[in-house]
Design a protein around this ligand. Structure first.
Ligand code: AHM
Ligand code: MG
Length: 339
C-alpha cells in the first residue's frame, strides 16, 4: 500500500486480500472511522463550549462520568447500532451489553464490539490527550439469535480486530486486523485519515517507564523492585519516567519510542484498575501485532479467561525485552499472581 493512501482506500484494499469477504468488517471499521471524526470534532472544541465537567452520573464502576464521556459513548453506540453492521455491543460506560436486532427482528451479522468510548477521562478538563479503544470479535452463539454474555467473554486471542483513536496534537486512528499495525493521521481541514505510520513496531528495548508512581507504597513487591531497577545507574539506565494518565497516549508514545506501561495491582485496587475487555485485550492485541509483549505480570493478557464484562486486571505492556525483565521481578513474588 502506498504511503499516502487514505484509510478509506486502505480498508478497501485490505478487504480484497480476504477472498469471499462479505465486507462486514470493512463496513464496521468505516463506521468507527466516522464516529471517530464526530467525537474528534467535539473533543477539539471542548474548551470552547459548555461541555466540560461532570455529567452528574456515575458509571458502573462508581466513577464520575464527564460530559464528553457521555457524548462519545452516545456517538459510538448510535453509529454502530443504527447501521446494522454488528449484532451486539458492550461499552465501558454501560452496565450491560446491548443486543442489536435487525429490521425484521433477526440479525445475521457476525461481529460484536467492545468499546471504551473515551479513555483517560480525567484529562478532558485540562486539554491533555484522550482516546477511544475498540475491540472486535465474531460471535460464538448461533447467528440470528440474540447475542449472549458468552459472546463478549471470549479470550483476547480471539479478537478479529482492535485499535484506538488518540485525540492528541493530531488525531490518529491506529488498528490491526491481525496483520500488523497501521496508523492513520487525520487531516482536520478535509476530514480524511491518511496512512502516516505503516507497519508500526515497538522497539525491542526502550528507556521509558510509565506508571503512576504516586501509588508506589501500595504496589506489590515485584513492581517496587522493578521500579528500583529502572532507576539504577547502569548501562542505559536510569530510564525516563513518562506518565500522561491516558492509556492510549502512554501506549502510543511507548510504541513509537520504546517503553513499558504498567498498571499493577495495589492495596488500593487489588485487581488493578484497567478493564480486561475494553482496555487491556485490545491494547495487548496491538502490542503483539507490533512485536511487543503484554501480560498481567505473570501470564499473557490475551490468554486470560474473562469471567465478567467489567473485569479488571493488572497490565504490563510494551517493548518485548522490557516487559520480560519486569516479569522476572514479578516471578520472585508468585503469591501476588493470585489477584
Ligand atoms: P478511565 O477509563 O476511567 O479513563 O481510566 C483509565 C485510565 C487510563 O487511561 C490511564 O492509564 C489510567 O486510567 C490512569 O489511572 P491513574 O489516574 O490511577 O494513574
Ligand atoms: Mg477507560
Amino acid at each position: 500500500m502506498k504511503k499516502h493512501s487514505t484509510l478509506g482506500e486502505y480498508i478497501i484494499s485490505n478487504q480484497r486480500k480476504f477472498k469471499g469477504s462479505s465486507g462486514e468488517l470493512s463496513r464496521l471499521i468505516n463506521s468507527i472511522r466516522l464516529a471517530a471524526k464526530v467525537v474528534n470534532h467535539e473533543v477539539n472544541k471542548a474548551g470552547l463550549v459548555d461541555i466540560l465537567g461532570d455529567a452528574g452520573d456515575t458509571n458502573i464502576q462508581g466513577e464520575d462520568q464527564q460530559k464528553l464521556d457521555v457524548y462519545a459513548n452516545d456517538i459510538f453506540m448510535q453509529t454502530l447500532t443504527n447501521r446494522q453492521i454488528i449484532c451486539g455491543i458492550a461499552s465501558e460506560e454501560e452496565d450491560d451489553f446491548v443486543t442489536i436486532s435487525g429490521d425484521n427482528g433477526n440479525n445475521d451479522n457476525k461481529y460484536i464490539v467492545l468499546i471504551d468510548p473515551l479513555d483517560g477521562s480525567s484529562n478532558i478538563d485540562v486539554n491533555v490527550s484522550v482516546g477511544t479503544i475498540f475491540s472486535i470479535y465474531k460471535r460464538i452463539t448461533k447467528s440470528g439469535t440474540p447475542v449472549q454474555l458468552e459472546d463478549f467473554l471470549q479470550e483476547g486471542n480471539q479478537q478479529i480486530a482492535a485499535g484506538y483513536i488518540v485525540y492528541g496534537t493530531s488525531t490518529m486512528l491506529v488498528y490491526t486486523t491481525g496483520h500488523g499495525v497501521n496508523g492513520f493521521t487525520l487531516n482536520p481541514a478535509i476530514g480524511t485519515f491518511y496512512l502516516s505510520h505503516p507497519d508500526m513496531m515497538f522497539p525491542e528495548n526502550g528507556t521509558i517507564y510509565s506508571i503512576n508512581e504516586g501509588n508506589y507504597i501500595h504496589f506489590p513487591q515485584g513492581v517496587k523492585d522493578y521500579l528500583k531497577y529502572c532507576q539504577e545507574e547502569e548501562n542505559d539506565r536510569p530510564y525516563s519516567a513518562r506518565y500522561i494518565g491516558s492509556l492510549v497516549s502512554d501506549f502510543h508514545r511507548n510504541m513509537i519510542k520504546g517503553g513499558i506501561y504498567i498498571y499493577p495491582t495495589s492495596t488500593k485496587s487489588p485487581k488493578g484498575k484497567l478493564r480486561l475487555l475494553y482496555e487491556c485485550n485490545p491494547m495487548a492485541f496491538l502490542t503483539e501485532q507490533a512485536g511487543g509483549k503484554a501480560s498481567d505480570g505473570y501470564m499473557r493478557t490475551l490468554d486470560i479467561k474473562p469471567t465478567e464484562l467489567h473485569q479488571r486486571v493488572p497490565f504490563f505492556c510494551g517493548s518485548k525485552n522490557m516487559v520480560a525483565v519486569a516479569e522476572e521481578f514479578m516471578k520472585n513474588h508468585p503469591k501476588d499472581a493470585t489477584y
